[in-house]
Design a protein around this ligand. Structure first.
Ligand SMILES: [Zn+2]
Length: 351
Protein backbone atom coordinates (compact mmCIF):
# COMPACT_ATOMS: atom_id res chain seq x y z
CA UNK A 1 0.00 0.00 0.00
CA UNK A 2 3.03 2.25 -0.06
CA UNK A 3 3.43 4.40 -3.11
CA UNK A 4 7.10 4.70 -3.93
CA UNK A 5 7.10 6.68 -7.16
CA UNK A 6 4.78 8.37 -9.58
CA UNK A 7 7.51 9.59 -11.90
CA UNK A 8 6.75 6.90 -14.46
CA UNK A 9 2.96 7.09 -14.56
CA UNK A 10 3.06 7.56 -18.35
CA UNK A 11 2.81 4.20 -20.07
CA UNK A 12 5.08 3.67 -23.10
CA UNK A 13 2.32 1.90 -25.03
CA UNK A 14 -0.10 4.85 -24.90
CA UNK A 15 2.21 7.80 -24.31
CA UNK A 16 -0.48 8.86 -21.82
CA UNK A 17 -1.15 8.42 -18.13
CA UNK A 18 -1.47 4.66 -17.78
CA UNK A 19 -5.14 4.83 -16.70
CA UNK A 20 -6.28 6.60 -19.93
CA UNK A 21 -9.02 4.51 -21.52
CA UNK A 22 -8.34 2.54 -24.67
CA UNK A 23 -6.99 -0.78 -25.95
CA UNK A 24 -3.27 -0.06 -25.99
CA UNK A 25 -1.07 -2.39 -28.01
CA UNK A 26 1.79 -3.56 -25.79
CA UNK A 27 3.12 -6.29 -28.08
CA UNK A 28 2.06 -8.20 -31.17
CA UNK A 29 -1.50 -9.37 -30.49
CA UNK A 30 -1.55 -8.13 -26.89
CA UNK A 31 -3.57 -5.13 -25.72
CA UNK A 32 -3.66 -3.39 -22.34
CA UNK A 33 -7.13 -2.19 -21.41
CA UNK A 34 -7.33 -0.04 -18.24
CA UNK A 35 -10.75 -0.25 -16.60
CA UNK A 36 -11.97 2.24 -13.99
CA UNK A 37 -12.03 1.64 -10.23
CA UNK A 38 -14.26 4.43 -8.98
CA UNK A 39 -13.95 5.17 -5.25
CA UNK A 40 -10.65 3.35 -5.12
CA UNK A 41 -7.26 5.01 -4.71
CA UNK A 42 -5.79 2.83 -7.45
CA UNK A 43 -7.59 4.63 -10.33
CA UNK A 44 -7.72 1.66 -12.71
CA UNK A 45 -6.96 -1.99 -13.26
CA UNK A 46 -5.29 -3.24 -16.44
CA UNK A 47 -6.92 -6.13 -18.25
CA UNK A 48 -4.76 -7.70 -20.96
CA UNK A 49 -6.36 -9.16 -24.09
CA UNK A 50 -4.29 -11.75 -25.96
CA UNK A 51 -5.40 -12.56 -29.51
CA UNK A 52 -5.28 -16.10 -30.83
CA UNK A 53 -6.68 -17.76 -33.99
CA UNK A 54 -9.49 -19.06 -31.80
CA UNK A 55 -10.50 -15.84 -30.03
CA UNK A 56 -9.23 -14.08 -26.94
CA UNK A 57 -7.59 -14.99 -23.66
CA UNK A 58 -7.91 -12.24 -21.04
CA UNK A 59 -5.55 -11.81 -18.13
CA UNK A 60 -7.83 -10.58 -15.30
CA UNK A 61 -11.33 -9.25 -15.87
CA UNK A 62 -11.74 -6.03 -13.92
CA UNK A 63 -14.35 -5.09 -11.36
CA UNK A 64 -17.92 -6.09 -12.21
CA UNK A 65 -19.51 -2.66 -12.37
CA UNK A 66 -21.44 -1.31 -15.33
CA UNK A 67 -18.97 1.40 -16.29
CA UNK A 68 -16.11 -1.12 -16.45
CA UNK A 69 -18.14 -3.71 -18.32
CA UNK A 70 -19.26 -1.17 -20.93
CA UNK A 71 -15.74 0.14 -21.41
CA UNK A 72 -14.30 -3.35 -21.80
CA UNK A 73 -16.92 -4.12 -24.46
CA UNK A 74 -16.10 -0.89 -26.33
CA UNK A 75 -12.36 -1.47 -26.19
CA UNK A 76 -12.68 -5.06 -27.40
CA UNK A 77 -14.90 -3.85 -30.26
CA UNK A 78 -12.17 -1.35 -31.20
CA UNK A 79 -9.77 -4.23 -31.78
CA UNK A 80 -12.38 -6.31 -33.61
CA UNK A 81 -13.77 -8.57 -30.89
CA UNK A 82 -16.82 -9.03 -28.66
CA UNK A 83 -17.47 -10.73 -25.33
CA UNK A 84 -18.47 -13.88 -27.25
CA UNK A 85 -14.89 -14.15 -28.56
CA UNK A 86 -13.42 -14.57 -25.08
CA UNK A 87 -12.39 -18.19 -24.67
CA UNK A 88 -10.63 -17.95 -21.35
CA UNK A 89 -9.84 -15.72 -18.39
CA UNK A 90 -6.59 -16.30 -16.52
CA UNK A 91 -7.15 -14.43 -13.27
CA UNK A 92 -4.15 -13.43 -11.17
CA UNK A 93 -6.03 -13.36 -7.86
CA UNK A 94 -9.34 -13.22 -6.05
CA UNK A 95 -9.61 -9.48 -5.37
CA UNK A 96 -12.77 -7.92 -6.73
CA UNK A 97 -10.99 -5.59 -9.17
CA UNK A 98 -9.46 -8.66 -10.90
CA UNK A 99 -11.88 -11.53 -10.46
CA UNK A 100 -15.50 -10.35 -10.42
CA UNK A 101 -16.02 -9.24 -14.04
CA UNK A 102 -14.07 -12.31 -15.21
CA UNK A 103 -16.38 -14.71 -13.42
CA UNK A 104 -19.55 -12.82 -14.42
CA UNK A 105 -18.60 -12.76 -18.13
CA UNK A 106 -17.10 -16.23 -18.00
CA UNK A 107 -20.34 -17.74 -16.80
CA UNK A 108 -22.46 -15.61 -19.13
CA UNK A 109 -20.44 -16.34 -22.28
CA UNK A 110 -19.15 -19.84 -21.45
CA UNK A 111 -15.52 -18.78 -21.29
CA UNK A 112 -13.21 -20.82 -19.06
CA UNK A 113 -12.27 -18.96 -15.87
CA UNK A 114 -9.03 -20.07 -14.18
CA UNK A 115 -7.94 -19.03 -10.67
CA UNK A 116 -5.31 -20.27 -8.22
CA UNK A 117 -6.54 -23.06 -5.95
CA UNK A 118 -5.29 -21.31 -2.80
CA UNK A 119 -7.97 -18.66 -3.34
CA UNK A 120 -10.62 -21.30 -2.61
CA UNK A 121 -10.85 -20.61 1.16
CA UNK A 122 -11.49 -16.94 0.36
CA UNK A 123 -14.18 -17.86 -2.17
CA UNK A 124 -15.71 -20.35 0.27
CA UNK A 125 -15.91 -17.55 2.81
CA UNK A 126 -17.60 -15.21 0.30
CA UNK A 127 -20.02 -17.99 -0.70
CA UNK A 128 -21.07 -18.60 2.89
CA UNK A 129 -19.43 -22.03 3.05
CA UNK A 130 -17.30 -21.07 6.03
CA UNK A 131 -18.94 -19.73 9.11
CA UNK A 132 -18.99 -15.98 8.94
CA UNK A 133 -19.92 -13.82 11.87
CA UNK A 134 -19.62 -10.32 10.52
CA UNK A 135 -16.66 -8.83 8.69
CA UNK A 136 -13.78 -11.36 8.81
CA UNK A 137 -11.20 -8.59 8.52
CA UNK A 138 -12.20 -7.42 12.00
CA UNK A 139 -10.59 -10.50 13.56
CA UNK A 140 -7.37 -9.79 11.68
CA UNK A 141 -7.47 -6.18 12.87
CA UNK A 142 -8.00 -7.30 16.46
CA UNK A 143 -5.08 -9.74 16.42
CA UNK A 144 -3.03 -6.80 15.13
CA UNK A 145 -4.19 -4.86 18.20
CA UNK A 146 -6.14 -2.32 16.12
CA UNK A 147 -9.30 -2.46 18.23
CA UNK A 148 -10.46 1.11 17.66
CA UNK A 149 -10.02 0.74 13.92
CA UNK A 150 -11.95 -2.54 14.06
CA UNK A 151 -14.78 -0.86 16.00
CA UNK A 152 -15.00 1.90 13.40
CA UNK A 153 -14.86 -0.55 10.47
CA UNK A 154 -17.64 -2.52 12.19
CA UNK A 155 -19.77 0.61 12.45
CA UNK A 156 -19.49 1.23 8.70
CA UNK A 157 -22.09 0.04 6.17
CA UNK A 158 -22.25 -3.76 6.01
CA UNK A 159 -21.85 -5.02 2.47
CA UNK A 160 -23.24 -8.43 1.69
CA UNK A 161 -21.24 -10.23 -0.97
CA UNK A 162 -22.97 -10.31 -4.39
CA UNK A 163 -23.21 -14.03 -5.26
CA UNK A 164 -22.74 -13.36 -9.02
CA UNK A 165 -19.35 -11.81 -8.30
CA UNK A 166 -18.03 -14.81 -6.45
CA UNK A 167 -19.05 -17.76 -8.63
CA UNK A 168 -16.40 -20.45 -8.59
CA UNK A 169 -13.93 -20.68 -11.48
CA UNK A 170 -14.15 -23.51 -14.00
CA UNK A 171 -10.47 -24.33 -13.58
CA UNK A 172 -8.30 -24.27 -10.47
CA UNK A 173 -4.64 -23.54 -11.13
CA UNK A 174 -2.61 -25.95 -9.02
CA UNK A 175 1.12 -25.33 -8.89
CA UNK A 176 3.40 -23.95 -11.61
CA UNK A 177 2.42 -25.05 -15.09
CA UNK A 178 2.69 -24.26 -18.79
CA UNK A 179 -0.44 -22.94 -20.47
CA UNK A 180 -0.79 -22.79 -24.26
CA UNK A 181 -2.52 -19.61 -25.45
CA UNK A 182 -2.80 -20.01 -29.22
CA UNK A 183 0.77 -20.54 -30.33
CA UNK A 184 2.16 -18.78 -27.27
CA UNK A 185 3.29 -20.50 -24.11
CA UNK A 186 2.64 -18.87 -20.75
CA UNK A 187 4.37 -20.07 -17.61
CA UNK A 188 1.80 -19.84 -14.83
CA UNK A 189 3.83 -19.24 -11.67
CA UNK A 190 2.28 -19.49 -8.22
CA UNK A 191 3.26 -16.33 -6.31
CA UNK A 192 1.52 -16.32 -2.90
CA UNK A 193 1.87 -13.19 -0.77
CA UNK A 194 -0.55 -10.42 -1.78
CA UNK A 195 -3.12 -13.25 -1.69
CA UNK A 196 -2.47 -16.97 -1.09
CA UNK A 197 -3.49 -18.09 -4.59
CA UNK A 198 -1.87 -15.31 -6.63
CA UNK A 199 -0.39 -16.32 -10.00
CA UNK A 200 1.73 -14.43 -12.52
CA UNK A 201 1.93 -15.47 -16.16
CA UNK A 202 5.27 -15.20 -17.98
CA UNK A 203 5.63 -15.39 -21.74
CA UNK A 204 9.37 -15.90 -21.74
CA UNK A 205 9.71 -16.08 -25.54
CA UNK A 206 8.30 -12.55 -25.83
CA UNK A 207 10.00 -11.30 -22.65
CA UNK A 208 6.71 -10.42 -20.96
CA UNK A 209 5.44 -10.82 -17.40
CA UNK A 210 1.71 -10.51 -16.73
CA UNK A 211 2.43 -9.58 -13.15
CA UNK A 212 -1.00 -9.06 -11.55
CA UNK A 213 -0.45 -7.28 -8.23
CA UNK A 214 2.72 -9.24 -7.40
CA UNK A 215 5.17 -6.84 -9.05
CA UNK A 216 3.73 -3.34 -9.44
CA UNK A 217 5.91 -0.62 -10.97
CA UNK A 218 5.02 2.37 -8.77
CA UNK A 219 3.39 1.02 -5.62
CA UNK A 220 3.80 -1.99 -3.34
CA UNK A 221 0.87 -4.38 -3.02
CA UNK A 222 -0.91 -4.67 0.31
CA UNK A 223 0.28 -7.58 2.43
CA UNK A 224 -1.73 -9.22 5.20
CA UNK A 225 -5.11 -7.96 3.92
CA UNK A 226 -6.32 -11.51 3.45
CA UNK A 227 -9.13 -13.62 4.86
CA UNK A 228 -8.99 -16.29 6.06
CA UNK A 229 -5.71 -15.03 7.58
CA UNK A 230 -2.51 -16.83 6.60
CA UNK A 231 0.44 -17.42 8.92
CA UNK A 232 3.25 -15.50 7.23
CA UNK A 233 2.04 -13.53 4.18
CA UNK A 234 5.14 -11.33 3.95
CA UNK A 235 7.43 -14.36 4.09
CA UNK A 236 5.34 -15.87 1.28
CA UNK A 237 5.49 -12.62 -0.70
CA UNK A 238 9.26 -12.22 -0.43
CA UNK A 239 9.82 -15.88 -1.37
CA UNK A 240 7.56 -15.30 -4.39
CA UNK A 241 9.57 -12.21 -5.34
CA UNK A 242 12.74 -14.28 -5.22
CA UNK A 243 11.02 -16.89 -7.38
CA UNK A 244 10.13 -14.31 -10.03
CA UNK A 245 13.64 -12.82 -9.77
CA UNK A 246 14.97 -16.22 -10.90
CA UNK A 247 13.11 -15.89 -14.22
CA UNK A 248 14.81 -13.94 -17.02
CA UNK A 249 14.48 -10.14 -16.82
CA UNK A 250 11.03 -9.40 -18.27
CA UNK A 251 8.92 -6.40 -19.22
CA UNK A 252 6.33 -5.88 -16.47
CA UNK A 253 2.70 -5.83 -17.58
CA UNK A 254 1.18 -4.87 -14.23
CA UNK A 255 -2.43 -4.86 -13.09
CA UNK A 256 -2.05 -1.30 -11.81
CA UNK A 257 0.34 1.22 -13.33
CA UNK A 258 2.24 1.65 -16.59
CA UNK A 259 4.15 -1.00 -18.51
CA UNK A 260 7.65 -1.04 -17.00
CA UNK A 261 10.95 -2.28 -18.37
CA UNK A 262 12.59 -4.59 -15.84
CA UNK A 263 11.13 -7.19 -13.52
CA UNK A 264 14.59 -7.72 -12.01
CA UNK A 265 15.05 -4.05 -11.10
CA UNK A 266 11.58 -3.73 -9.60
CA UNK A 267 11.78 -7.00 -7.64
CA UNK A 268 15.10 -5.81 -6.17
CA UNK A 269 13.48 -2.53 -5.10
CA UNK A 270 10.55 -4.33 -3.50
CA UNK A 271 12.84 -6.68 -1.57
CA UNK A 272 14.92 -3.74 -0.30
CA UNK A 273 11.74 -1.87 0.66
CA UNK A 274 10.51 -4.73 2.84
CA UNK A 275 13.97 -5.47 4.33
CA UNK A 276 14.10 -1.84 5.42
CA UNK A 277 10.65 -2.02 7.00
CA UNK A 278 11.54 -5.27 8.75
CA UNK A 279 14.54 -3.49 10.31
CA UNK A 280 12.40 -0.48 11.30
CA UNK A 281 9.79 -2.77 12.84
CA UNK A 282 12.44 -4.65 14.81
CA UNK A 283 13.95 -1.37 16.03
CA UNK A 284 10.50 -0.27 17.28
CA UNK A 285 10.33 -3.38 19.48
CA UNK A 286 13.25 -2.04 21.55
CA UNK A 287 10.55 -0.15 23.50
CA UNK A 288 9.07 -3.39 24.88
CA UNK A 289 6.40 -5.82 23.69
CA UNK A 290 4.15 -4.15 21.10
CA UNK A 291 1.26 -5.09 18.83
CA UNK A 292 1.30 -4.60 15.06
CA UNK A 293 -0.94 -1.60 15.52
CA UNK A 294 1.50 -0.01 17.96
CA UNK A 295 4.53 -0.68 15.78
CA UNK A 296 2.66 0.83 12.79
CA UNK A 297 2.75 4.16 14.65
CA UNK A 298 6.56 4.06 14.49
CA UNK A 299 6.70 3.61 10.70
CA UNK A 300 6.34 6.11 7.85
CA UNK A 301 3.44 5.50 5.44
CA UNK A 302 3.00 6.27 1.73
CA UNK A 303 5.62 7.96 -0.40
CA UNK A 304 5.05 11.15 1.56
CA UNK A 305 6.16 9.46 4.80
CA UNK A 306 2.86 10.23 6.48
CA UNK A 307 2.42 9.46 10.16
CA UNK A 308 -0.04 6.67 10.95
CA UNK A 309 -2.56 9.10 12.45
CA UNK A 310 -2.66 11.07 9.17
CA UNK A 311 -3.97 8.03 7.26
CA UNK A 312 -7.66 7.56 6.63
CA UNK A 313 -9.52 4.87 8.54
CA UNK A 314 -9.26 2.26 5.80
CA UNK A 315 -5.54 2.87 5.28
CA UNK A 316 -4.97 2.67 9.04
CA UNK A 317 -6.47 -0.81 9.11
CA UNK A 318 -4.36 -1.90 6.13
CA UNK A 319 -1.26 -0.42 7.78
CA UNK A 320 -1.84 -2.27 11.05
CA UNK A 321 -2.37 -5.57 9.24
CA UNK A 322 0.68 -5.05 7.04
CA UNK A 323 2.84 -4.23 10.07
CA UNK A 324 1.64 -7.41 11.75
CA UNK A 325 2.79 -9.28 8.63
CA UNK A 326 6.27 -7.77 9.04
CA UNK A 327 6.33 -8.80 12.70
CA UNK A 328 5.18 -12.32 11.85
CA UNK A 329 8.08 -12.64 9.41
CA UNK A 330 10.50 -11.41 12.10
CA UNK A 331 9.16 -14.22 14.28
CA UNK A 332 9.63 -16.76 11.47
CA UNK A 333 13.21 -15.48 11.10
CA UNK A 334 13.84 -15.90 14.85
CA UNK A 335 14.40 -12.16 15.30
CA UNK A 336 11.24 -11.64 17.38
CA UNK A 337 8.83 -13.65 19.50
CA UNK A 338 5.06 -13.48 19.69
CA UNK A 339 2.70 -13.74 22.63
CA UNK A 340 -1.07 -14.05 22.12
CA UNK A 341 -2.99 -11.85 24.52
CA UNK A 342 -6.57 -10.60 24.76
CA UNK A 343 -5.26 -7.32 23.38
CA UNK A 344 -3.88 -8.95 20.24
CA UNK A 345 -0.51 -10.51 19.42
CA UNK A 346 2.35 -8.76 21.22
CA UNK A 347 5.85 -9.00 19.77
CA UNK A 348 9.24 -8.75 21.47
CA UNK A 349 12.72 -8.62 19.99
CA UNK A 350 14.80 -11.72 20.72
CA UNK A 351 18.45 -11.85 21.72
ZN1 LIG B 1 -5.43 -5.18 -7.67
Amino acid sequence: MTTTSTAHAVSPDSGEHWSKEGAWRVADGIHRIPLPLPMDGLKAVNVYAIETDDGLTLIDGGWSIEVARDLLERCLRDIGFGFGDIRRFLVTHIHRDHYTLATVLGHEYAADVALGLDEKPGLDLLNGKLELTGNPFLDVLRTAGAHEVADQWAAGPAELPDPAWWQYPHTWLVGDQRIAVGDRTLDAVHTPGHTPGHFVFAEQAAGLLFAGDHVLPTITPSIGFTVPAVADPLGDFMASLTKVRALPDLTILPAHGPVAPSSHARVDELLVHHEKRLDLSLAALAGGPLTGHQVAHHLPWTRHDHAYDELDLFAQGMASMETKAHLDLLVAQGRASAEHTADGVRYSATG
